[in-house]
Write a protein that binds this ligand. Structure first.
Ligand SMILES: Cc1cc2nc3c(=O)[nH]c(=O)nc-3n(C[C@H](O)[C@H](O)[C@H](O)COP(=O)(O)OP(=O)(O)OC[C@H]3O[C@@H](n4cnc5c(N)ncnc54)[C@H](O)[C@@H]3O)c2cc1C
Length: 338
């Protein structure tokens, strides 16, 4: 008997990812409840690739020959300030729902693509806010032992920029996530200067959560950071390169904006790319940087994964030549040569 819920479709990763590149999917399964998701991961074994919104993932032109589990579980429970959402809930739908329920804490994280299950993987953050700050616990399925466990935030390995125990590991499936939010319509203090100024506030000021959401989405839209099929600047994984964290900053990179990190000093990858000579809009064939900022590698239409990888490697080499800093990807690369 085939595992529960398998469906046969002729699908490629270009259909499932926001970069819109990548070859065929072996067998696609779309579990629509949490029980079905856990059962499918258990049945499919370790060789199955889990995918959420595909907004932080690039798969090679050969695709993935085995099972692919595209999560579509949708349960949400609200219990006072505690909100639990299944891994398959669209992240921005959850943000909007919590604001409408009169809960504060997620407003600065409006408009980020992807699903709830993806948020703890790289401690998603934007405009001075991080999901880890409001994260209470995560239910995980251990693909090695078969155990289903609830983990508190302290166990998730957050700390260094965009890191967690889940990043670049296929051992755990994130099944659901619980956030602890604050009842109220007033936002958390705004830490990001551009957002504060858009809201006519000083840094540290607060505003109505719905107004914060509206401003965040407007700023993100201006920067091509809200998905829009008609806008090639959004055919991306967001920031392709991760902000590098170094124990020693080379002399060549001293001018780059620097921030403290638990593992050393974090540099702004966007600054490095731009100042290595790659301005927004820099393009080679079907692949280019976003026309709005230098950190997003974008598919200008018809690109293949190999073309995206060649372009990204070209940028990485230019940055290394200029600043002696080697950039790595923020997104997950599966069956890609980079
Ligand atoms: C236009 C644009 C703007 C963006 N802006 C931001 C931003 O402001 N801040 C930010 O932090 N990120 C941003 N991103 C990146 C991305 O949206 C986030 O990382 C998002 O959380 C990824 O979720 P996803 O469901 O799309 O994950 P996917 O891309 O589907 O998966 C990413 C990785 O996580 C694994 N994975 C996904 N779900 C699970 C699960 N339930 N259990 C186990 N493994 C899983 C996958 O196997 C893969 O390895 C942006 C991306 C785009 C395209």
């Amino acid at each position: 008997m085939p595992p529960r819920g398998w469906i046969a479709l002729s699908v490629t990763f270009s259909d499932l990812t926001t970069m819109r590149v990548g070859g065929p999917v072996g067998e696609l399964h779309v579990p629509t409840s949490t029980d079905e998701f856990v059962g499918t991961v258990r049945d499919a074994g370790r060789e199955a690739l889990i995918i959420g919104g595909g907004s932080n993932l690039i798969v090679g032109d050969e695709g993935w020959p085995g099972p692919v589990i595209k999560i579509a579980s949708g349960e949400i429970t609200v219990n006072g300030g505690l909100v639990t959402a299944a891994a398959g809930v669209e992240w921005d739908r959850l943000v909007e729902l919590t604001i409408n329920e009169g809960l504060a804490g997620l407003e600065c994280l409006s408009g980020i693509p992807g699903l709830v299950g993806g948020t703890p993987i790289q401690n998603v953050g934007a405009y001075g806010a991080l999901t880890s700050e409001v994260l209470e616990s995560v239910t995980v399925f251990d693909r090695e032992t078969g155990a289903l466990e609830n983990w508190p935030t302290e166990r998730l390995g957050f700390g260094s920029h965009r890191q967690s125990v889940f990043k670049h590991s296929d051992r755990w499936a994130v099944v659901d996530v619980t956030y602890r939010l604050r009842p109220g319509k007033q936002s958390d203090p705004i830490r990001y200067a551009g957002l504060a100024s858009a809201l006519d506030l000083e840094i540290g000021g607060t505003a109505d959560t719905s107004d914060v959401r509206e401003s965040v989405i407007a700023i993100r839209r201006q920067r091509g950071m809200v998905l829009d099929a008609a806008d090639h600047d959004t055919w991306s994984v967001g920031s392709f390169f991760i902000n590098p964290v170094l124990t020693q900053v080379p002399d060549e990179a001293k001018e780059c904006p620097q921030f403290p990190d638990v593992k050393g000093t974090k540099l702004a990858a966007g600054w490095l790319v731009h100042n290595a000579g790659f301005a927004p809009g820099y393009r080679r064939g079907n692949v280019g940087l976003s026309t709005r900022h230098a950190l997003a590698v974008t598919n200008r239409g018809g690109a293949t994964t190999s073309e995206v990888m060649e372009f990204a490697a070209h940028i990485r080499e230019g940055v290394e030549r200029a600043f002696k800093v080697r950039l790595g990807p923020e997104c997950d690369l599966v069956n890609c040569l980079f």
